[in-house]
Design a protein around this ligand. Structure first.
Ligand code: GAP
Length: 557
């Protein structure tokens, strides 16, 4: 049975179609698709979906085919698609590549910029209590002594005695884990992940490329608070390149040696346990939790929790709960499938040297459910360490309690390449009927927002098409394609996720209208040229193309 559910994300309402089905003895509800932002829109779309597909069997059959095809997607398929379409290239490809390093191509840089823009907007621009910064990649070498990275930021290199594959394990996994093939590991030694470099010409000294952006936020904490006139609690955020000399880079972008972290340190009075921002919406955020106790028993069963239930179970405090909820909400807003997100609590033995409680947000990539983002309670660890090492006071005045304190810190962290990869995998869809890949990416993330495809490139039609293109691209990244059949041109845009294709035809000359084809349904509407910019804007904000013009019948889908 399918039904509509409403979700509130950051004050905005979103409607989804869900379906309940019996699995074993239990009834499970799964999300089928996003329906829109109003109840009316959602009801209309639900009706369309139910009418369009003749009966439940067809829905089931199509879903099974779709699931099968999605399951067969490998990370190698994704990498080769990214290369072919210009999203990601191997770094130094002409020299055979360089393990752990990647280059963004023309489409990749657009998609990545859009992902970063959404992150920055969600966590920085739309908030009063967050300040953004951008720090240097190389900082004083004592940074890494104080942070503990010089002594504790290590992995162990191992080689499997049976299949001879080399990989890395965490220090906490020493002697406890085996290779996937069942073979025992032979340890090759501990390696620090920080990249070392030399700074200066004469009397050059050792320095390190940053392994996380966090230290920039800790070292600048007092200056930022003062300059921006913030009060506790508040946060400092940045997105930037990080470097880790990974023992075994693998799974395409997932484990690289150079990548971007987007993270923020949220500073709170250590006595403050209440979070006034934690509301019903946060408490009701649902998640599949793999808790520490279950893992300690060697099991992997997920438990369905809400943030509210985790709080009641004393899994964490209110601020930690609030930020974990915000992270999940951000991922849902990017369109990630909630059933593919899992929250994994770190066991005591695997906690980083700076954390007293950590939760990973894992995403179901083609190679398994793996860490997409993290959320750690860093307490007062870093500020206290920098105070000791630099001999500079790190305490600040809390104007609410009238006391000087060293704040405690909650740190949500995101591997931005992993978000990029999750968005790609989540939207990569092979459409059997169209025999083509459709990148069903949310319009706000799409590299091109629209493509202009003139039916006839010369004469008056060509002139109007060029004017339309020149006008739209002043505001939106837009593609011009006059080469090949119209069907082929549509397919090329579907593959790279362009949400709308605009065509100019004979009727455009008569009534100054154009047709817009919707990527996901191939249906088309006709709109006035003078309204085009506004239509594109609405689509980028998430409105359905089909609601923005009069639907027209077409031969070419
Ligand atoms: N400041 C906290 C911190 O750095 P982390 O879990 O070590 O925490 C942050 O790294 C995020 O960076 C992770 O959640 C993961 O998404 C991403 N990440 C870590 N190592 C990575 C690698 N080698 N390649 C790509 N992303 C990585």
């Amino acid at each position: 049975m399918s039904f509509i559910v409403k979700k509130k994300i950051s004050g905005k309402e979103y409607f989804y179609l869900r379906e309940s089905k019996r699995v074993g003895g239990k009834v499970k509800a799964v999300t089928i698709c996003y329906l829109g932002k109003t109840k009316k829109e959602a009801e209309e779309k639900k009706k369309e979906i139910e009418e369009g597909l003749k009966n439940k069997e067809v829905i089931q059959k199509d879903k099974m085919v779709e699931e099968k095809e999605q399951k067969e997607l490998t990370i190698e398929d994704v990498a080769s698609f990214c290369k072919r379409k210009g999203f990601i290239f191997r770094s130094s490809d002409i020299y055979g590549g360089f393990a752990g390093f990647w280059d963004y191509g023309p489409l990749g840089v657009e998609l990545f910029n859009n992902v970063k823009k959404e992150w920055w907007n969600w966590f920085v621009e739309s908030r009063e209590d967050m300040e953004g910064i951008d720090c240097s990649i190389i900082s004083h070498p004592r940074t890494w002594k104080a942070s503990g990275h010089l002594t504790s930021f290590k992995d162990i290199a191992v080689v499997c005695r049976k299949c001879k594959k080399s990989t890395k394990i965490d220090v906490s996994e020493k002697g406890k884990v085996k290779c996937d093939c069942g073979g025992e590991y032979e340890e090759q030694g501990e390696f620090n992940l920080l990249f070392k470099t030399q700074v200066g010409a004469l009397n050059a000294g050792d320095a390190y490329l940053r392994g996380e952006t966090a230290q920039g936020m800790f070292m600048n904490f007092k200056q930022v608070m003062e300059a921006s006139r913030q009060k506790l609690p508040f946060g400092i955020a940045q997105i930037g390149r990080c470097f880790r000399n990974e023992i075994a880079p693998r799974d395409f972008l997932f484990r690289s040696r150079e990548f971007h972290i987007g993270e923020f340190e949220f500073f709170i009075n250590p006595q403050e346990t209440k979070c006034p921002l934690l509301d019903k919406e946060h408490l009701n955020v649902k998640l599949n939790l793999l808790d520490a106790e279950t893992q300690e028993k060697g099991e992997e069963d997920l438990k369905l929790y809400t943030i509210g239930k985790m709080l009641k179970a004393n899994k964490f405090g209110e601020w930690h709960a609030y930020w974990l909820a915000e992270q999940v909400m951000f991922f849902l807003d990017l369109g990630l499938d909630e059933d593919k997100i899992k929250v994994r609590e770190h066991t005591k033995g695997e906690l980083s040297h700076y954390s007293s409680a950590t939760f990973d947000l894992d995403y179901l990539y083609p190679f398994g459910s793996k860490e997409l983002a993290g959320n750690a309670n860093r307490g007062q660890y870093d500020l206290t360490q920098h105070e000791k090492e630099s001999k500079q006071k790190m305490e600040v005045f809390d104007s609410i309690t009238n006391e000087k304190v060293i704040p405690r810190v909650i740190e949500p962290t995101f591997g931005m390449e992993r978000v990029f990869l999750a968005v790609l995998v989540n939207s990569y869809y092979y459409d059997k009927k169209r025999d083509n890949i459709i990148l069903k990416i949310p319009a706000k993330l799409a590299p091109y927002k629209a493509a202009v495809l003139p039916i006839i490139k010369k004469g008056e039609q060509g002139k109007i098409a060029k004017e339309v293109y020149d006008d739209i691209r002043k505001m939106f990244h837009c593609f011009w394609d006059e080469g090949g059949s119209i069907g082929r041109r549509y397919s090329r845009q579907d593959e790279i996720g362009t949400p709308m294709c605009i065509t100019i035809d004979e009727q455009s000359l008569k009534d100054k209208t154009v047709t817009i084809r919707d990527r996901d349904t191939t249906r088309q509407v006709r709109v006035k040229i003078k309204e085009l910019r506004e239509v594109v804007r609405k689509v980028v904000e998430g409105e359905s193309i089909l609601k923005l013009g009069k639907e027209v019948k077409t031969r070419v889908k």
